[in-house]
Design a protein around this ligand. Structure first.
Ligand SMILES: Nc1ncnc2c1ncn2[C@@H]1O[C@H](COP(=O)(O)OP(=O)(O)OP(=O)(O)O)[C@@H](O)[C@H]1O
Ligand SMILES: [Mg+2]
Length: 326
């Protein structure tokens, strides 16, 4: 296979008056993870559906493992494992049976399908629940089972559409771990997410999408730097201590701190956030400054959006979707 596992050029897809994709280019080098980051309605699932041959583009071209998604969908499907936005598991089958069935659908013989199911059940930490109907699984377990299903056929490219949306923090951490393992095994991954933090954890390269267009591209660090990096906030108990807090934050921050006298809060941009936080607290403690609250603020998708587009991710939804919500 060439060194580029997935390539798309000028993808366009329109639904009625909605331009779900408005000329998207992307490229995923083999063995790397591309994160498609964007809010509701940005066009992430539409891109996923085109790349996995479930939908034809109106214009543009895309290749997966060298195969054209329109001209040679069969070959593309053989190269891809998909875990969709909503976990697709058969509720009445057990975890093992679900994976066995997928293996048989992909043409594995009984013994191989059985062996593969067992291996993946272990790898995704579902052994204890392997023989229970999957309707008894928690959301996180279902998600892991669905991810396992995407790997049954040992695909070259794994596509994960919002793999952690709807999971609790524990489920999210578990899923990140599994995806991390996948990646260290050398898989090429296309991942969509609404969380900058998630793209940060998992992706080598991030494309920020908004209304069907790629509006920014880079590593998480580059995107964060674009919005000013991390910020350290300290709220002091007594307004008389604002000057001391300001001095402490000047010493650990980048540039001038901002003082909000009314909230008794001092904020400063920082580079090594946790280290700056510890140093600032030590200094304040030495000066006997009472601290009411302290926080390290990492840029969120909203911050990135605001910096890039002048509107927040929430406002980025197409007008017609919003109207529907009243
Ligand atoms: N089958 C369809 N028919 C009509 N409109 C559609 C269809 N599929 C998607 N759209 C519209 O296209 C736009 C992009 O949708 P898409 O599902 O790709 O967004 P998304 O980024 O995956 O959003 P989410 O984070 O909510 O999953 C939205 O405005 C959506 O309403
Ligand atoms: Mg989607």
């Amino acid at each position: 296979m060439s060194s580029v596992a997935v390539r798309a050029e000028g993808l366009v897809k329109t639904f009625g008056s909605t331009r779900a994709l408005d000329g998207v280019d992307l490229e995923i080098p083999t063995g790397t993870v591309l994160g498609l980051l964007g809010p509701n309605g940005a066009g992430k699932t539409t891109a996923v559906r085109i790349l996995t041959t479930l939908l034809r583009p109106d214009a543009g071209r895309a290749f997966v493992a060298g195969h054209d998604v329109v001209a040679d969908p069969q070959a593309v499907r053989r190269s891809i494992g998909l875990s969709g936005q909503y976990a697709a598991v058969d509720e009445n089958l057990t975890g093992t049976e679900n994976l066995y069935m997928v293996g048989r659908l992909y043409g594995l013989n009984r013994a191989d399908a059985q062996a593969r199911a067992k291996e993946l059940i272990g790898r995704f930490r579902l052994t204890d629940a392997a023989d229970r109907p999957s309707r008894t699984y928690s959301g996180g377990m279902r998600r892991r089972l669905d991810l396992a299903g995407a790997l049954v056929a040992e695909p070259l490219v794994v596509v994960l559409d919002e793999p952690t949306t709807g999971l609790d923090p524990r489920g999210r951490m578990d899923t990140w771990e599994v995806i991390g393992e996948l990646v260290s095994d050398g898989a090429t991954v296309l991942l969509t997410t609404q969380y900058l933090e998630e793209a940060d954890q998992l992706a080598d390269e991030i494309l920020v999408v908004d209304r069907g267009k790629v509006i920014a591209q880079g590593s998480a660090d580059q995107l964060k730097a674009g919005v000013g990096g991390e910020r350290l906030d300290i709220v002091v108990a007594d307004a008389a201590h604002l000057a001391a807090a300001r001095a402490a934050l000047t010493a650990v921050g980048v540039g001038e701190p901002v003082v909000d006298e009314h909230q008794r809060r001092v904020s400063v941009k920082v580079e090594a956030g946790p280290k700056a936080l510890i140093e600032a607290l030590r200094a304040l403690d030495r000066d006997s400054v009472g601290v009411l609250d302290v926080g390290l603020h990492r840029p969120t998708l909203d911050d990135v959006f605001l910096a890039l587009t002048g509107h927040t991710a929430e406002e980025a939804e197409p007008a017609e979707k919003k109207r529907g919500k009243g």
